[in-house]
Design a protein around this ligand. Structure first.
Ligand code: FAD
Ligand code: NAP
Length: 598
């Protein structure tokens, strides 16, 4: 059974057990009266091998050792045998290993090729492999990018660097610069020529920077003596993988422990024309031509961010929304972010889903006809676009990596991997981190933190676990939305309306005033738990530099920030972030929240 929380006593015993595993050639957890334990001890006696035996029935905290062993190895019964840091198992497994010759291999110390093999060289996998190598372990990391249906592929570093956060934020910045250019005239800048955007120049600049990051990661792995292999990995048995490179050459590698960090790839719709004619975010950031009039299908992070920057480059953009914007986020905030996009020219086709995409004309870009149907009526929509960007979610890359051969359980419905609070799967020597985890955040810093802490626990005697609560995040829509903690709806559900107080305010960033744009469109909101000293359980910000603003308040929430503490904090003037130090109007009062000035 997975552990339910961090227990200092248990953590202490765990680190004692880990110390014994690390320092013993042969370690046997036993009970003095158990006949199976006697068999195993006799075997080692016959082999003339000295073992470190712990008779749990003769120890005061023996039962706690047994519980912790269950957590660490999935096995509660004794004997429980380790040889040269490798978990062998109980009596039957030890005798079998003796028969197979594996026991001798383990005793000779030639057990596995690596202490750790990490499958996937993205945010989580790189962080974990580098940390494990720093702790003196022999580590291999495998990374392989399966090309998109259009043939797009990229280098080392995973989604964030190549087809996620980095190119997305740079293209968002490109769009912000366009707005800044318009603002600049109001601030007195004079330029005669018509301002135009060149897709090719932006794409080349962004991709050159990505190339430098890809190279940097390879250098870091080499410097830290991590064995990097550019091959696709799949399990062939619980401790062995097959690695297949681009040319189809296969090699085999074994390890004592494995970390799965294979991430996700964009999902397709399963309608005629989707794979052949449409693109996803995996193609967009290196598209060799300007996409032109674009239909974005989907309404979450990826869809709204891409739609936002494409519109900011001056393109005609429509977002096809199946139900709501930004499912899972505070809906009040999501709708305000959407309204701002709509005010700035993005079209929203609500309550429609696509049924087919046909090619009208080839080209770069060509012309496509999209047919869609209403989710509420019999209405059918037809539209023509140059590019259709599918952004309807992402699928975990867990279906083709031989997890059945390793015995790892996967949630069949969504391909996600369930883990305990130490990122351990149901197979004790296999761990998983990042986007493939069930019920966890799909964010780069989360994958990195989980990977780094996992390596420290596995190989550095550390006990600190990744904290998945109150993770700050930002959606880089044209007006950015940052948040941490609960949405208003969730807070009402968890604490009840009578226990919640919401403070909120509209505001007008100083830099928007002279150009006279977006007056009172920015919005700040905190949700407080009245029963707990008005502790802030939800933080929401819609305005410029949302990531920068939210990061600091995220740290404050980790320290237990209350409304009083916010009010006692002196603001930095003139900034947007200072709004939280002066917010006095409660939502329940219905008071005026429009800002009179900046
Ligand atoms: P990944 O980074 O996806 O890495 C997995 C790697 O494993 C990939 O290189 C993959 O090719 C490789 N692989 C898969 N299977 C195998 C195999 N069998 N053998 C070898 N290699 C394999 N997060 C943020 O925090 N901020 C953002 O602004 C942000 N923006 C995003 C924008 C977009 C468009 C997208 C799509 C995502 C964004 N994310 C953002 C999410 C972020 O990119 C992911 O949460 C993060 O990359 C997850 O890291 P990971 O290590 O789990 O997987
Ligand atoms: P997502 O959060 O799973 O959202 C999928 C979207 O597609 C939803 O709007 C959904 O609508 C819609 N959809 C699903 N199936 C559809 C269909 N058949 N037809 C039409 N619409 C459909 O996916 P995502 O945007 O790809 O994001 C994946 C993850 O990446 C996120 O969870 C996030 O953690 C990470 N990410 C982070 C950032 C960031 O930090 N700034 C940016 C991008 C991505 P319904 O609501 O109707 O289901």
């Amino acid at each position: 059974m997975p552990p339910t929380g961090s227990d200092p006593g248990r953590d202490e015993i765990k680190s004692r057990i880990q110390g014994l595993i690390d320092s013993s050639e042969v370690l046997v957890f036993s009970k003095s009266y158990c006949p199976y334990c006697v068999k195993v001890k006799d075997l080692f006696k016959q082999l003339n091998v000295k073992c470190n035996v712990l008779e749990l029935d003769l120890m005061d905290d023996g039962s706690h050792y047994q519980d912790t062993l269950l957590e660490m190895t999935g096995q509660k019964t004794v004997p429980n045998v380790f040889i040269n840091k490798t978990h062998v198992g109980g009596c039957d497994k030890t005798l079998q290993a003796h028969q197979d010759g594996l026991l001798k291999q383990l005793l000779d110390g030639e057990s596995y090729d690596f202490d750790l093999i990490v499958i996937g060289g993205g945010s989580g996998g790189l962080a974990c492999s580098k940390e494990a190598a720093l702790l003196g372990k022999k580590v291999m990391v495998l990374d392989f990018v399966v090309p998109t249906p259009r043939g797009t592929t990229w280098g080392l570093g995973g989604t964030c660097v190549n087809v996620g956060c980095i190119p997305k934020k740079l293209m968002h910045q490109t769009a912000l610069l366009g707005t800044a250019l318009q603002d600049a005239r109001n601030f007195g800048w004079q330029f005669e020529e018509t301002v135009k955007h060149n897709w090719e120049t932006m794409k080349t600049g962004v991709n050159n920077y990505i190339g430098s990051l890809n190279w940097g990661y390879r250098v870091q792995l080499r410097e830290k003596s991590v064995n990097y292999v550019n091959s696709f990995a799949e399990f062939v048995s619980p401790h062995k993988i097959k690695a297949t490179n681009r040319r189809g050459k296969e090699t085999f590698h074994t390890a004592a422990k494995f970390v799965l960090a294979t991430g996700e790839r964009p999902r397709y719709l399963g309608i005629p024309g989707d794979r052949e004619l449409c693109i996803t975010s995996d193609d967009l950031f290196s598209l060799p031509y300007c996409p032109g009039k674009t239909l974005v299908i989907g309404a979450s992070y990826v869809a709204l961010e891409c739609a936002g920057f494409l519109a900011g480059l001056g393109l005609d953009v429509t977002v096809m929304v199946r139900s709501i914007l930004l499912r899972g986020f505070d809906q009040d905030m999501a709708n305000r972010a959407g309204e701002h996009m709509e005010d700035h020219g993005v079209k929203f086709l609500r309550k429609f889903v696509p049924t087919s995409v046909e090619e009208l004309e080839k080209g770069t870009p060509g012309r496509l006809k999209v047919t869609a149907k209403s989710t509420e009526t019999d209405e059918v929509f037809e539209g023509e676009y140059n590019t259709v960007l599918i952004a309807v979610g992402r699928d975990a890359c867990t279906g083709t990596i031989g997890l059945d051969k390793a015995g790892v359980i996967v949630n069949k419905k969504n391909g996600k991997i369930p883990v305990n609070d130490e990122e351990q799967t149901n197979v004790p020597h296999v761990y998983a981190i990042g986007d493939i985890l069930e019920g966890k955040w799909e964010l780069t810093p989360v994958a990195i933190q989980a990977g780094k802490l996992l390596a420290r626990r596995l190989f550095g005697g550390a006990t600190l676990k990744c904290d998945y609560v109150n993770v700050p995040t930002t959606v880089f829509t044209p007006l950015e939305y940052g948040c941490c903690g609960l949405s208003e709806d969730k807070a009402l559900e968890v604490y009840g309306p009578e226990n919640i107080e919401v403070f909120h305010s509209l505001f007008w960033p100083l830099e928007f005033t002279v150009p006279g744009r977006d007056n009172n469109k920015c919005y700040a909101k905190i949700i407080c738990n009245k029963q707990d000293n008005d502790r802030v359980v939800g933080f929401h910000y819609l305005g410029p530099n949302a990531g920068e603003v939210t990061q600091g308040y995220g740290a404050a929430m980790k320290c237990g920030m209350t409304k009083d503490q916010l009010s006692n904090t002196i603001g930095i003037h003139p900034t947007c972030a200072e709004i939280y130090t002066t917010m006095e109007v409660t939502k329940s009062s219905g008071g005026d929240i429009a800002a009179a000035g900046c």
